[in-house]
Ligand binder design. Structure first.
Ligand code: C2O
Ligand code: CU
Ligand code: CU
Length: 558
């Protein structure tokens, strides 16, 4: 890939000194000049946080690309330098636009603009790009029905109908999504609109500088720096857990900030790990403002001190650092919680599930039961995700706006209730007793109808982040939630601050019933088939997924 001189990182220079160490794409490269922020702070002032990294070379990922201009997006196998010390054999999206190439870029586009892209599958396995969170017709959704073989091309063209939101894109071939995402295929798609413009203007937010997308993933990385995915039967059944955290494909990630308000867009791109997010400062969680959920901005900011974030979910927040002194360190941490895996882990011990590795699995020549891999961090264990260091900088006093947007409302008072039972049988996860069948339509919904969907998770289960393509839903209530979830409820709905807006993915805990309202409204011609699935990627690959067909006549409704 040619290195273009204008691809130098964005930096903001204030008062003659470099206040932000070109962190976009996590290029915290060390400048040797005396004005470098780290020099100003001095080594003695460095927090003794174990996450403070050595300075890395640019990893060249996650640059911003204007997705309103046509582009080609190839999935490729590349040996990529993630840092000076870390090269990994990865799968990456190589986006080519007007003669320039970008790896796993952040695609940025406005509501009303048209996304025009060709997906070129340069892998030796089937793949397809799914635009997670976008309202599109089935042909442009990039679900398993549209997967193409290696060497083939799939074209996309659609107008952006979403409100401003943090969406993302990733592969969705049936049976191999987990392995492809794990090996590196995932990045952001950011939608803008006028509400978003107002917010960015009020806070002087700049993508990659003060508006920071954070793709959080756990991985097992071996001593030679390679991503290891050797899933044994238990990993396949419960989901694959990593032994360390990467943020934006960076190990031991650290973010330099100055005293002002930051926007952070958190995305959990892990296979199976749930995070209980908190910003810890001096041993205590710091309040942050939730401003948006999966599918858009809230009406007004809502304060929270912690939030669960499951695979597939996004959270848009403001972190107010105006009062913090230079030299302060914070940590974005996942607090300990009860992941409720124990009964199932016990089941796995007594009747060990056999690894049914599907195509596309890596390291398939190794015996998953005997080969040595880094030991995963137990589910629900506390762990640090990102070190945040406050540097000296001008105090930007702009405060948090009180109004953000006017989200639509859904009138679901007369809506039919459809239930989805999440269970397992013969060590396979199911929805309403069904497993994915490419050629069967398992759910028919009338176009234009509003329904309440109730997800029921039996007590002897595990948490499932349930995701619907094509439509955003509005969470209504959580019933019989575990104590740690109930504690976050903002009112009698049982919902947390992070669930008060539109979402496309919602976590359903064991023993819970979770209700969401969906309006199956769009103006795409003909019938459209979308996916409903668990975003625990091992569950999805195993078939914890159904086809949902949007039908024009109500008579066919099942
Ligand atoms: Cu993020 Cu069906 O996927
Ligand atoms: Cu999706
Ligand atoms: Cu699941």
């Amino acid at each position: 890939m040619p290195i273009d001189p204008d691809k130098k990182r964005r930096r903001i220079i204030v008062g003659g000194s470099l206040t932000l160490a070109g962190l976009f794409g996590w290029h915290w490269y060390r400048r040797n000049s005396a004005s470098s922020p780290s020099d100003t702070l001095g080594p003695a002032a460095l927090p003794s946080d174990p996450l403070v990294p050595k300075r890395f070379a640019a990893n060249e990922l996650l640059e911003v690309v204007d997705a309103s201009q046509p582009f080609t997006i190839s999935a490729r196998r590349l040996d990529h330098a993630l840092s000076a010390e870390h090269r990994a054999s990865m799968l990456l999206y190589d986006v080519e636009q007007a003669g320039r190439n970008f790896l796993n870029p952040i695609l940025e586009i406005r509501r009303g603009q048209v996304l025009q892209a060709r997906f070129w599958n340069q892998l030796d396995e089937t793949s397809i790009v799914h635009w997670h969170g976008l309202t599109v017709d089935a042909n442009n959704d990039g679900n398993p029905h549209y997967a193409v073989r290696g060497g083939e091309i799939y074209p996309y063209r659609f107008p952006i109908q979403n409100r401003a939101a943090t969406c993302w894109y990733h592969p969705h071939p049936h049976g191999a999504a987990a392995s492809q995402i794990y090996r590196g295929l995932a990045s952001f798609l950011i939608v803008r609109d006028e509400d978003d413009d107002r917010l960015c203007k009020a806070l002087d937010l700049k993508l990659g500088v003060t508006d920071i997308p954070l793709l959080i993933q756990d991985r097992r990385i071996d001593h030679s720096g390679q991503f290891v995915r050797v899933a044994n039967g238990t990993d396949q059944f419960l989901g694959y857990l990593g032994a360390e955290i990467m943020v934006n494909y960076q190990r031991k990630p650290m973010l330099d900030v100055t005293p002002r308000v930051y926007r952070l867009r958190l995305l959990n791109g892990s296979s199976a790990r749930i995070f209980r997010l908190a910003f810890m400062q001096g041993g205590r969680p710091m309040a942050f403002q939730v401003i948006g959920t999966d599918n858009g901005l809230l009406e007004r900011p809502l304060a929270a001190k912690e939030a669960f974030l499951a695979p597939g979910e996004r959270l848009d927040i403001l972190l107010d650092l105006r009062e913090l002194a230079a030299g302060t360190s914070l940590t974005l941490r996942s607090l300990a919680f009860d992941a409720m895996r124990e009964p199932l882990a016990e089941l796995c011990r007594t009747s060990p599930p056999t690894a049914n590795m599907t195509h596309g699995q890596m390291n398939s020549t190794l015996d998953p039961n005997t080969s040595v891999t880094p030991k995963p961090i137990p589910d629900g264990a506390a762990m640090d995700l990102l070190a945040i260091r406050v540097l000296d900088g001008p105090r930007i006093s702009a405060g948090i706006p009180t109004r953000l947007s006017s989200p639509p409302t859904i009138d679901y008072r007369r809506a039919a209730i459809r239930t989805f039972e999440l269970d397992h049988h013969d060590m396979q996860w199911r929805i309403n007793g069904l497993r994915f069948d490419m050629v069967k339509t398992q759910v028919n919904v009338a176009l234009g109808s509003t329904e309440v969907w109730e997800f029921r998770n039996p007590p002897l289960g595990m948490p499932h982040p349930m995701h619907l393509h094509g439509f955003a839903f509005k969470p209504i209530e959580r019933v019989d939630s575990p104590a740690e979830v109930k504690r976050l409820a903002i009112d009698k709905s049982g919902l947390a601050a992070a669930e008060t807006g539109f979402k496309d993915t919602i976590l359903v805990w064991p023993g819970e019933r979770v209700r969401v309202a969906v309006k199956f409204d769009h103006d795409f011609p003909g019938e459209q088939v979308y996916m409903l699935h668990c975003h625990n990627l091992e569950h999805e690959d195993q078939g914890m997924m159904l086809n949902v067909r949007i039908v024009r006549e109500t008579a066919n409704r099942t």
